[in-house]
Ligand binder design. Structure first.
Ligand code: NAD
Length: 485
């Protein structure tokens, strides 16, 4: 059977890759191959980067107010095509249609914020820093910038970067995930309708070899990366060793602290959405609940009920609340981590292994799983599972709970559930984590705030989204001026 062959988009034209190897792109609910994606060689990366470099001069000179007109049109096109993009996301990524549509909306928010570039990119001016001398700060685009994105948000994450990069006057190369590249084809199809000058936006499919070619290309000035921590660290080291600016967002192991004064039924509802939404394949998924005192029993019981009642299946089917995980290997890995937890002494109270979904027997499904009595420092407590699995551990008090959070290698998100303002303040003050939720289970920053993250969850200093994105995609220059006539 012949499958759709995914294309690259270089210099304003769709082109077939000369790649010797192609990867199958599989629907994780059915295990059916939908398309094949080329592992584009370095020469094709070079063609994309050269196209972007050639386009840079004219694009940079296009006034910011004109550049954002393309983004206003992009927003409209994304909204008009939201259904098609969301269905593509569900089919290649597995999440439900509601989750996929929500993801596209979060992406659109970034397009909206980037439309404010004429203001966001403004410089500063000080008159008379000395007698008759003025000083000016200006922000200029960098040139060619590239983004390398993960499988789990194929619509939103490219839009964490592309709108700001373009609005600031840079030209762009996207290397989407090698597991979910079909959404980028859709978005690029919309970008192709905008009438942008050729070469301003380019898309190159591939995996490690393609990424390495971007990291080594002398014309690429900045790399934005989102993915697992080992790859984030690798990309950061190689990009910066090559003199590039880099922002690399990595993996996570997100704890929720549950204090006994919280409304525990409501917390369980919110926590179930965080732990099992997107089948736990969110970098902001709750993975560990640290319960304090009497919270343990009530919370665990309510969570078990929420886990058992979650409807699992193909994300385009009516009423489905959780889809499959991305690949058969991911399912096997998650199952082996659950077993490792059991071997370490944790107790499975809801077991989602061996899930069988009628009509989708070949799909990579697990059902929500909960383990209790997880030990601090154990593999289950430290490892990013990236599946619908929640570990529960008990702590004496909030001090011990925050200490457990701070001993985690990751620092992407932590949440606290309480009615106490003092506890909330202590948590905000002490937790060594980039994105905090207080009585919120998924602390996803809006596009006008940076998407933070620290420790093993982030390598770099300027984050994605908002003003950080503007700083990242521009070079600051100061001019000290004295005019004698
Ligand atoms: P991944 O690291 O496997 O892949 C990410 C990107 O890197 C892909 O484009 C892939 O093709 C490329 N890549 C993979 N291996 C490579 C290598 N050895 N050398 C160079 N490039 C390589 O990540 P994934 O499985 O696609 O995504 C899931 C991970 O992303 C999870 O760890 C999740 O927590 C993380 N994530 C983090 C955030 C965040 O904001 N911090 C957001 C979403 C996902």
């Amino acid at each position: 059977m012949s499958h759709t062959q995914l294309l690259n988009y270089i210099n304003g034209a769709w082109c077939r890759s000369e790649a010797g190897e192609r990867l199958p792109i599989v629907n994780p609910a059915t295990a059916e191959t939908m398309a094949t994606m080329p592992l584009s060689p370095a020469a094709e990366v070079d063609a994309a980067v050269r196209a972007a470099a050639n386009a840079f001069r004219e694009w940079r000179q296009t006034p910011a107010g004109e550049r954002v007109q393309y983004l206003f049109r992009l927003k409209t096109l994304l909204e008009e095509n939201l259904d098609d993009i969301a269905r593509t996301i569900t089919n290649e990524c597995g999440k439900t249609y509601t989750e996929a549509a929500g993801e596209v909306r979060r992406g659109i928010e970034n397009v909206e914020v980037a439309c404010g570039i004429p203001t966001l990119m403004q410089g500063a001016y000080s008159e008379d820093i000395a007698r008759g001398i003025d000083e000016i700060l200006i922000r200029q685009p960098l040139g060619v910038v590239a983004a390398i994105t993960p499988f789990n948000f194929p619509g939103m994450i490219p839009l964490w970067f592309l709108p700001y990069a373009l609005a600031c006057g840079n030209t762009f190369v996207l290397k989407p995930s090698d597991k979910t590249p079909m959404t980028a084809q859709k978005i690029c199809g919309l970008l192709a309708q905008l009438g942008l000058p050729q070469g301003v936006v380019n898309l190159v499919n591939g995996a490690k070899e393609t990424v390495d070619a971007l990291l080594d290309h002398p014309e690429v000035r900045a790399i934005s990366f989102v993915g697992s921590s080992p790859v984030a660290k690798y990309v950061y080291s190689r990009a910066t060793a090559n003199g590039k600016r880099a922002q690399c967002q990595g993996g996570a192991k997100n704890p929720l602290i549950v204090l006994p004064d919280a409304d525990l039924e409501e917390v369980a509802r919110v926590a179930a959405e965080s732990a099992f939404g997107c089948a736990g394949q969110r970098c902001l998924a709750a993975s560990l609940a640290i319960t304090v005192g009497e919270a343990t029993r009530t919370f665990t019981q309510a969570m078990a009920e929420a886990a058992v009642s979650r409807r699992v299946g193909y994300g385009l089917d009516e009423g489905i609340e959780m889809g499959p995980v991305i690949r058969a290997e991911s399912k096997a890995r998650i199952e082996s981590l659950i077993q490792a937890g059991v071997d370490e002494g944790a107790k499975v109270i809801v077991d989602g292994r061996s899930a069988r979904i009628p009509s989708y027997e070949q799909g990579y499904f697990l059902k929500p799983t909960i383990l209790e009595a997880v030990k601090p420092g154990s593999q289950l407590a430290q490892t990013e599972i990236f599946g619908p699995v929640l570990g529960v551990m008990a702590a004496r008090d909030i001090d011990e709970a925050i200490a457990i959070v701070n001993r985690q290698p990751y620092g992407n998100m932590a949440c606290l559930f309480t009615r106490s303002g003092a506890a909330a303040r202590q948590f905000r003050y002490e937790a060594q984590v980039g994105n905090l939720g207080i009585n919120v289970g998924v602390a996803a920053p809006m596009a006008f705030f940076p998407f933070c993250g620290t420790k093993e969850s982030f390598f770099g200093d300027l984050h994605g989204q908002s003003r950080d994105a503007v700083e990242f995609y521009t070079e600051k220059k100061v001019v000290v001026e004295r005019w004698l006539q």
